[in-house]
Structures are given as structure tokens and as C-alpha cells.
Design a protein around this ligand. Structure first.
Ligand SMILES: CSCCC(=O)C(=O)COP(=O)(O)O
Ligand SMILES: [Zn+2]
Length: 417
């Protein structure tokens, strides 16, 4: 004799039940959600997919029929008759009629095996698969991340089991060429994250489930909001994973040096080993270089050459400058003037060198001889404390932080320090 549950499960698969109000309403609902989710870009380009369980309080949730959107269709044009109906154990009970060319023959969504995992493993009442661009990009912020984390956002309250101060953790699985190939990794993520009501698929989108279609929709909206916020905070250099959410552009730069990429490296697959630093615009404002360093070099050429004229270093600098100036004279570069031989005397040589260097600086001449001389002038300036280095206010903190973690620092093109 069949048990009462077997009887109920069989009753929902009859033609009469399939044609009844409960199934019709579920079909209409999925069609409506398809149309609705088209506008925010969750299901454009035939991407994304939606499923709900038929709402029939007389039938236990586990036995309720399942309605799913079809595959490869224009979601904004969906109507109730376009839907597939499945038994609770995943057998197709009803499929849509074929449509004339250029429509493709009907096919159920490739997400069906994935949806079934959310139904079977979580007792879901509905599942939404979105290709919303924010879900895709948020999964790409750190290519090695296995999770997306966020806290202290009001919209967290819309996620089941979460309050404002709770930490949201969304597992991230890697995309595959075909949607059905995600089934194993999705079910592993569902099993590994019992509190999760969503799984991100990298470079692809998100699967969100809830006890009912309202819960799935509300949470999906919140996930899209939070992921969009994370992308914007990433662009601002703000850390969305900590309660404080980090500094907002304190140093008037687009990003903090401590958080040049992923905040707190909380998503990094590998711990940070080395940081390569530039100076101009990274540790030091560009304005310091343009407004202080270059003018200092220009104003101190004569003084530097006069005080160091007989040093080996300056002799080398002058040798290099002579070669460059001869070359410039040969090429008719404006501002280049002949440098007399050493026998003409120190003052004569310096006068012509100063004239040449000034016109090189004026023309922003990027040549080694000039850069080398400027470097030596700046060094003297720093040693005599006539110029003082400027660094952004978060640089000492960043260096201390990296030092304490034994992370090597490297100035671009130079040695580790
Ligand atoms: C451009 S959509 C690629 C397939 C996909 O990822 C998706 O979500 C839609 O699959 P379906 O089989 O429902 O069309
Ligand atoms: Zn998809």
C-alpha cells in the first residue's frame, strides 16, 4: 500500500494538477520575473535563469512541482506557456510547444542541475541565476579569491541570517565552458557554506536561493546592491571587508598605498611577498617633484658645479654633458652652446655648462647626462637639508606594516630594501 506522501507526490504529476491554478500561477510568476529581471540586466542576452516551486500549501515543500525558464530565450518576452515543469525529483512533466523560426527548438535551462542542488540540499523555494554585471565584476576583483566578504552595510539585513554587523561570506566557484559543468563545484560550495544563500561564479554571475520567490528576489536585489557597492568602494580604495571600511582617499590619491589592490589581502590566494614601489605619485606627491625638486636642481647648477668642480664625480658629469652638448650642436638643437676646453678656465666652462643645462631643463630634455647631474645636485640638497622629502601620510604606516610582516619592498628598477 502506498504511503500518504507517495500518494501526494503522485497526485501533483497528474494532467489535472499540471493544468491547475497552482501550476499556472507559478508559470506566470517565472515569466513575470524573467521580464522583470531583464531591465536591471540580470537576464539580458539570454543569460541568467529563474525557477520557483509551485506554491501549494496542501503539498509538502519537498514534493512540490518545479517551474523553470527555458534555455537561450529572450527573457523579456517570456509568458507562462514558455515554461518547463519538473517533478520534485527532476523529471520533466511539461515542456513548451515549439515556436516558428527564428526561435530555436525548446530546451530547458542549462541551469536545471544546478537549481536542483539548491532545491535538494537547501530546501529552497526558488532560485535566481543572474548575469548582472556587478555579480560578474565583483567575482573578478581578486582572481584568486575563493570567497567574497563584506560587513557593516545596512543592506546586509536583507540577506537571510545576517545583521548589520555580521560578515557576509559568498563562496566563489570557477566558471566552466558549459553551465551544467558547474554542478559539482556548486554543490560543494553549498555543502561547505551552510549559512550561504548564494554562490558567485567567477566571470559569470550569481546563483541566489530563498525559501520562497520573495525571499530569493529580495536577497538577489541585496546581493546585487552589495556587490555593486564593493566595486565602487574598490575604485575608491575603500576596504569594504572591515567594520571601519578604511580611509577615504586620505592622501588625496585615488588609492591608499596600504590598499593598492585588494583590501587587507583578505582575498589573496598567496600571502604578499614583495611590494614594488614607484616614488612620484606613489610615495610622494607629483607636485613635490615638479614644484620643489626640479626648480632646486635648476637653481643650483652653478653652485653645485662651482663647489664640486674638481671632484671625480663632477668631472664625470661634465664629460657626459660635453658628449651630449656636442651631439646637440651637431643636430642643431636650439639652446646648445659650445663648451670651451678646460684650459679656458673653470668659470668659462661653468658659464657655458649652466647655459646648456638651463636650456635642457627648459626643453625637458630626457638625457642621462642631465638626469645624472640633477641626481647629484638633489643629493647635495638633501644632505645639506636645503630640500626635505615629502611622503604621503599613509606611507610610514604601510612601510611599518610590511616590515613587520617581512615583506620586501622594492623601488621600481632598484634594489630590494
Ligand atoms: C549568454 S547565456 C549563456 C548560458 C548561461 O550562462 C545562462 O545562464 C543561460 O542559460 P540558459 O540555458 O538558461 O539559456
Ligand atoms: Zn549563466
Amino acid at each position: 500500500m502506498a504511503s500518504c506522501c507517495e500518494t501526494e507526490a503522485a497526485a501533483v504529476t497528474t494532467e489535472a494538477y499540471l493544468a491547475g491554478a497552482a501550476v499556472r500561477e507559478a508559470r506566470e510568476l517565472v515569466a513575470e520575473l524573467c521580464r522583470h529581471f531583464y531591465a536591471p540586466g540580470w537576464v539580458t542576452g539570454t543569460g541568467g535563469s529563474i525557477t520557483v516551486k509551485v506554491n501549494d500549501p496542501a503539498v509538502p515543500l519537498a514534493d512540490r512541482l518545479i517551474v523553470m525558464s527555458p534555455s537561450g530565450v529572450q527573457k523579456e518576452r517570456m509568458v507562462a506557456a514558455d515554461m518547463y515543469v519538473f517533478s520534485a525529483d527532476g523529471k520533466v512533466l511539461s515542456e513548451p510547444a515549439a515556436k516558428p523560426w527564428p526561435n530555436k527548438p525548446p530546451k530547458c535551462t542549462d541551469c536545471a542541475p544546478l537549481f536542483m542542488k539548491a532545491y535538494q540540499m537547501r530546501g529552497a523555494g526558488a532560485v535566481i541565476h543572474s548575469h548582472g554585471i556587478e555579480t560578474c565584476i565583483a567575482s573578478m576583483l581578486d582572481p584568486g579569491a575563493k570567497e567574497f566578504r563584506m560587513t557593516h552595510m545596512e543592506m546586509l539585513k536583507a540577506i537571510k541570517g545576517h545583521g548589520y554587523r555580521d560578515e557576509l561570506v559568498i563562496p566563489i566557484i570557477e566558471n566552466t565552458p558549459y553551465e551544467y559543468e558547474l554542478t559539482d563545484s556548486l554543490s560543494e560550495a553549498i555543502a561547505a557554506y551552510p549559512k550561504a544563500t548564494a554562490v558567485l561564479v567567477r566571470n559569470h554571475g550569481i546563483f541566489v536561493w530563498g525559501d520562497s520567490w520573495i525571499s530569493a528576489k529580495t536577497q538577489a536585489e541585496s546581493y546585487h546592491y552589495l556587490l555593486d557597492a564593493a566595486i565602487k568602494l574598490y575604485q575608491l580604495g575603500i576596504d569594504w571587508t572591515t567594520p571601519e571600511h578604511g580611509p577615504v582617499n586620505r592622501a588625496k590619491r585615488s588609492r591608499s598605498i596600504l590598499n593598492p589592490g585588494i583590501p587587507n589581502e583578505c582575498h589573496a590566494a598567496e600571502p604578499l611577498k614583495c611590494v614594488v614601489l614607484d616614488i612620484e605619485g606613489t610615495t610622494t606627491p607629483i607636485s613635490f617633484v615638479t614644484d620643489v625638486m626640479f626648480p632646486y636642481a635648476r637653481d643650483n647648477v652653478r653652485k653645485h658645479l662651482t663647489s664640486t668642480f674638481y671632484s671625480e664625480e663632477t668631472k664625470e658629469d661634465i664629460k657626459l654633458l660635453r658628449v651630449q652638448i656636442e651631439d646637440d650642436l651637431r643636430n642643431g638643437i636650439p639652446g646648445a652652446v659650445p663648451v670651451p676646453p678646460d684650459e679656458a678656465g673653470k668659470e668659462e666652462v661653468i658659464n657655458s655648462l649652466v647655459a646648456n643645462v638651463e636650456s635642457m631643463i627648459e626643453a625637458d630634455w630626457k638625457v642621462t647626462s642631465l638626469k645624472q647631474l640633477q641626481g647629484h645636485i638633489w643629493r647635495t640638497g638633501f644632505e645639506r637639508e636645503e630640500i626635505h622629502g615629502v611622503i604621503f601620510e599613509d606611507v610610514p604606516e604601510a612601510l611599518k606594516n610590511w616590515n613587520s610582516r617581512n615583506i620586501k619592498k622594492q623601488k621600481r628598477n632598484q634594489e630590494l630594501f
